[in-house]
Design a protein around this ligand. Structure first.
Ligand code: FES
Length: 199
């Protein structure tokens, strides 16, 4: 059986050592760090995106948000409607028999035909679209022209002086005032109610 033997020359040979700094990252560890940082960055971006989508995009007083008006801003019954260009709507208070529906209403100011902006024509007491001639009553009800629907409306909540409130129903009917005094109205331009045809 062979046995290992160490010669004197081998025994006298100085032992060579190599010092390895275990605290320094290896090339593989370095790649792991880069990979981990990239994943963390992607996750961070995805989380930020989710938060951004979850937050409301519109602020009060901007189109898409809530517009608030006090009683003094509300048109008198059957008077010319008040145009609010920044909210793309008209405040109207139709009350006489030349309209289909009475009560307070916030009308979306865009023609339901091809999207032009109807103007209020005082002498004819109606909205008239400059593009193809559609006409609408003070309550937004279609009169004539190619528009397929009456003017759309925005969901509105009225707070009365007696503390009661009233909100537009799901089909957008005007809110009856029943002689009550308005304290304020909130128009939600993020909640447009499409009219179901010439109603
Ligand atoms: S866009 Fe108003 S009638 Fe055509």
């Amino acid at each position: 059986m062979a046995t290992a033997s160490v010669t004197k020359a081998q025994a006298d040979k100085p032992i060579q050592t190599q010092v390895i700094d275990v605290s320094a990252p290896t090339r593989r560890e370095f790649l792991y760090y880069i990979w981990g940082a990239s994943i963390a960055l992607l996750l961070g971006e995805a989380t930020a995106g989710l938060i951004w989508f979850a937050l409301p995009r519109f602020k009060a007083g901007q189109f898409g948000g809530i517009f608030t008006y006090l009683a003094k801003d509300i048109p008198e019954p059957n008077a010319a409607p008040l145009n609010i260009p920044s909210g793309r709507f008209w405040l109207a208070n139709p009350i006489t028999t030349d309209v289909t529906q009475e009560g307070f209403v916030a009308l979306y100011g865009v023609c339901t035909h091809l999207g032009c902006l109807p103007k209020w024509v005082d002498t004819n007491h109606r909205f008239e679209c400059p593009c193809h001639g559609s006409k609408y009553q003070l309550d937004g009800h279609w009169i004539e022209g190619p528009a397929p629907r009456s003017l759309d409306r925005f969901k509105t909540t009225i707070t009365f002086e007696d503390g009661s409130t009233a909100t537009t129903n799901d089909v957008g009917d005007p809110i009856p005032l029943d002689g009550k005094k308005i304290l304020k109205v909130d128009i939600n331009t993020g909640a447009r109610i499409r009219r179901a045809g010439h109603v």
